[in-house]
Ligand binder design. Structure first.
Ligand SMILES: CC(C)(COP(=O)(O)OP(=O)(O)OC[C@H]1O[C@@H](n2cnc3c(N)ncnc32)[C@H](O)[C@@H]1OP(=O)(O)O)[C@@H](O)C(=O)NCCC(=O)NCCS
Length: 212
């Protein structure tokens, strides 16, 4: 199972498990990473290449994918999408806006969150939930990834910030699904997502099926 299995067929996913050594930025995107570290350059270049390949499969010609003021990728008109990268993994998701209202994807290493991070990204009810989830899965990392996927799906719909304390997450471990309920004014009462844990990675995806 990969990210591809977590989204409806209208969403095109392209994944990469490494970078191409020496690959240069796509023309028009150089200025986006002009002052970036080598690691950031590599993840950006592979993420953008994956996005362009996904767009190609939807029928779009290669073009620069610029970045908006809140760091969001700027997709061609009529397209929704999302990009993620973490150590050993990069992925992009795109779909036609007529099919999918928004998509958010996130990949994280499958390891416990640093304990000092947990209070800042969880609500008390979520900490209670995490304490009750058994097995050998790092549920705190899954919660973090799920919330980032929710944010990436939320932002294009609202163009607003959503803090970790402004959305309460519940996880269904058996169904491998999660639900985020924003605690602020929202176009949707809930955001639904799916997850998998494979190859030492936690992968999450949120899709909003039709424009709310
Ligand atoms: C934006 C954010 C979610 C990115 O997550 P991350 O773990 O840092 O990094 P990832 O590699 O998974 O994702 C980075 C990609 O997210 C995308 N992204 C950044 N800002 C975005 C936004 N406002 N909306 C949608 N996508 C965004 C970009 O494509 C970026 O990659 P790129 O710079 O190469 O284009 C995170 O940095 C952040 O700001 N989180 C706080 C908000 C949040 O998560 N709230 C939870 C609410 S429940």
């Amino acid at each position: 199972m990969t990210l591809i299995d977590l989204v409806p067929p209208e969403v095109v996913i392209v994944e990469a498990f490494g970078d191409l050594p020496g690959e240069e930025p796509f023309p028009g995107e150089e200025q986006l990473i002009a002052r970036a570290t080598e690691g950031r350059r590599r993840e950006f270049i592979t993420g953008r290449r994956s996005a362009r390949e996904a767009l190609r499969r939807l029928g779009f010609p290669p073009a620069p994918i610029l970045t908006g003021p809140r760091r969001q990728p700027l997709w061609p008109a009529g397209v929704v999408g999302s990009i993620t990268h973490c150590a050993g993994y990069r992925a992009a998701a795109v779909a036609r806006a007529g099919d999918i209202a928004s998509v958010g994807i996130d990949g994280e290493p499958h390891a416990a969150l640093p304990p000092e991070v947990v209070p800042g990204v969880t609500l008390p009810a979520e900490r209670e939930m995490l304490a009750g989830l058994g097995g050998d899965l790092h549920w705190d990392r899954l919660l973090f990834s799920a919330k980032e996927s929710i944010y990436k799906a939320w932002f294009p719909l609202t163009e607003r910030w959503l803090g970790f304390d402004e959305c309460v997450l519940t996880i269904d471990p058996a169904a491998r699904t999660f639900t985020g309920r924003p605690l602020v004014d929202s176009p949707l009462p809930e955001f639904h997502g799916r997850f998998t844990v494979e190859h030492d990675l936690v992968l999450t995806a949120v899709t909003v099926g039709s424009r709310p």
